[in-house]
Ligand binder design. Structure first.
Ligand code: GDP
Length: 521
């Protein structure tokens, strides 16, 4: 297979605790990257540590090395992009989703669809990212599989098609039938390694012998019902983001994971063409292009530099070759680009579309920057979502104004939070998804930029990007709401609504103005 066709670049996403880390680890186990489970540190910021900033710093360090996990699986090259587990860093996850070709969503069988799952699915839907759903923890007493499927369709607004089916659940969970391959492999549950499997013909008595009469009969009936209710699987509907194949299993016990992985590599898309502002860029084009989707600061105080993560979109990335940094119109060479393996990173000489390359960054990159062999193209901006929390950021040490401004600029370039400047009083407002981000910003300003900040409350409900074809109405609106008008970092007009009521009134009073809750429209 050629280098592009064999690549599968995806993210595993979930509500915290559904089992993303466990599943990732099991995939690495099948990929031969690790021999025993438990070897990969998860990059979760543990809830108990939310007040211990050193701990967060340490954990952020871990997330640098586990940001991308690559392994070969049969003929395929699998690239898993890790996403932070803590929901206060959801923005990071949204951005990572711009660099993947597909996603696997993990859902807890007892909890069903949770808040974060819904939000992440919205992003996938916006971008038409193909998704596969893995319903995890079937070894627990959870919801009925058919009910779960209905819930997925309703809550995630996507059609589903089961491609594996659980044999019982809870303590009597015995494995999954592989609908995609029409075969049943039974494993002995083992939390740590891959065990021997037995192949069972479900149309013979062998099934009864292995799982007992009641479960054998139930499985056959369930499968008939599945085929009756759900249209047969058409891979194109999955690739178009219309239908999500569903797999059941227990990541912890290694059940259903291989079924998921085997099907995933076969049906998941290889790197697809990416829309730049100027034109469509196809992966098979001979010339290299790529964009930066994530920047992670280095926690080692002796090596202040960051790592910028570049997704290769076309051509071949080659070490030491001259590449154009389009925004700065500057030619750069990278002598030590890195790739990431389970826990270590190593220097690479080349990378292909779909691969992620780590580039040393001492403040030259911004999220969304494009690299090419010379062509002036710009990959489309990444969406910003309206933050959930807002605070004024004030300088607490007047001698360090410069440091503070530089720190804020760089942290925003990294995408840690969003900055809005109120047009009425000129004050800076930082918007985040969660409280934790404010604390990280304050900590990092102090430790990396030697600057002190202070937070002051501002009561805001949402940030809306506004636009209109009706110039006069737009001007009238800005005039009426002048105290609540701000600019984002790209200089776009943002209306900071202080309550849902105010926002609704504004929407009905100014019907020619569009209010957007994301910056990509
Ligand atoms: P994440 O927050 O989504 O990364 O979730 P983790 O992978 O850390 O899992 C959260 C908890 O669920 C951990 O205590 C896991 O051991 C547990 N867990 C994960 N998969 C399973 C499973 O299949 N069955 C059961 N019973 N527990 C699981």
């Amino acid at each position: 297979m050629n280098e592009i066709e064999r690549r599968r670049t995806f993210a595993i996403i979930s509500h915290p605790d559904a089992g993303k880390t466990t599943l990732t680890e099991k995939l690495l186990l099948f990929g031969g990257q690790i021999q025993v489970a438990g070897a990969v540190k998860n990059n979760k910021i543990k809830k108990t540590a939310t007040s211990d900033w050193m701990e967060i710093e340490k954990q952020r360090g871990i997330s640098v090395t586990t940001s991308v996990m690559e392994f070969d699986y049969g003929d395929y090259k699998v690239n898993i992009l890790d996403t932070p587990g803590h929901q206060d860093f959801a923005e990071d996850t949204f951005r990572t989703l711009t660099a993947v070709d597909s996603a696997i969503i993990v859902v807890d069988s007892a909890k069903g669809v949770e808040a974060q799952t819904r939000k992440l699915m919205t992003v996938c839907r916006m971008r038409k990212t193909p998704v596969i759903i893995f319903i995890n923890k079937m070894d627990r007493e959870g919801k009925d599989p058919f009910d779960l499927l209905d819930e997925l369709e309703q809550e995630l607004q996507i059609k589903v098609r089961p491609l594996s089916w659980p044999i019982n659940q809870g303590q009597r969970f015995k494995g999954v039938y592989n609908i995609y391959e029409q075969r049943l492999d039974l494993f002995t549950p083992d939390k740590q390694k891959v065990t021997e499997k037995v192949e069972v013909d479900i149309h013979s008595d062998a099934l009864e012998n292995h799982v007992g009469d009641a479960d054998a009969e139930k499985l056959r009936m369930d499968l008939e019902l599945v085929d009756g209710v759900y249209p047969s699987f058409d891979v194109n509907t999955y690739l178009n983001g219309e239908v999500a194949p569903v797999f059941f299993g227990s990541a912890l016990n290694n059940f259903g994971v291989k079924e998921l992985l085997d099907c995933f590599v076969k049906i998941a898309p290889s790197p697809h063409p990416i829309q730049a502002e100027e034109r469509m860029v196809r992966p098979e084009e001979p010339k290299f292009s790529g964009f930066i989707f994530k920047i992670t600061a280095n926690i080692d105080p002796n090596h202040r530099s960051c790592i910028a993560f570049c997704k290769v979109c076309s051509g071949k990335f080659v070490r030491n070759a001259p590449y154009l940094h389009v925004r700065q119109n500057k030619t750069l060479r990278f002598s030590s680009p890195t790739q990431f393996m389970a826990q270590k990173k190593s220097t690479i000489d080349e990378a292909w579309p779909g691969d992620i390359v780590g580039l040393p960054d001492n403040g030259i990159f911004k999220i969304g920057d494009t690299l090419t062999e010379g062509e002036m193209i710009h990959f489309r901006g990444l969406p910003s979502f309206s933050p959930e929390m807002f605070k004024y950021i004030e300088n607490a040490d007047p001698m360090k104004t410069k440091q503070l401004n530089k720190g804020i600029e760089q942290l925003m370039d990294e995408g840690v939070a969003q900055l809005f400047v109120n047009q009425f009083n000129g004050r800076k407002i930082i918007g985040t998804v969660g409280q934790l981000q404010f604390e990280v910003i304050q900590y990092r300003l102090e430790n990396e930029y030697n600057a002190q900040c202070r937070w002051e409350p501002v009561s805001l409900y949402k940030a809306c990007w506004i636009e209109s074809d009706d110039e006069a109405q737009l001007e009238a609106f800005k005039k009426r709401k002048y105290q609540f008008m701000a600019k984002d970092r790209e200089g776009r007009d943002v209306f900071l609504a202080d309550s849902n009521y105010v926002l609704q009134m504004a929407q009905s009073d100014f019907e020619h103005i569009k209010f957007h809750f994301t910056s990509e429209f």
